[in-house]
Design a binder for this molecule. Structure first.
Ligand SMILES: [Zn+2]
Length: 52
């Protein structure tokens, strides 16, 4: 199986903190291992995929 590596930009909609993480695409879903923002927000994010 080919591993699809992607870079993902995550912006917290609560505090505005930005994270750039590397993840991999698996069955159409991107897994970055990102769990929560520093402000404890867990589900209000703007997520953008970037080309590697
Ligand atoms: Zn936050």
């Amino acid at each position: 199986m080919v591993e699809n590596r992607v870079k993902v930009k995550i912006r917290c909609n609560v505090c505005g903190e930005k994270f750039v993480l590397r993840g991999k695409r698996d069955h159409g879903k991107v897994d970055t291992g990102f769990k929560m923002c520093l402000c404890n927000n867990v589900n209000d994010f703007e997520i953008e995929e970037l080309p590697m």
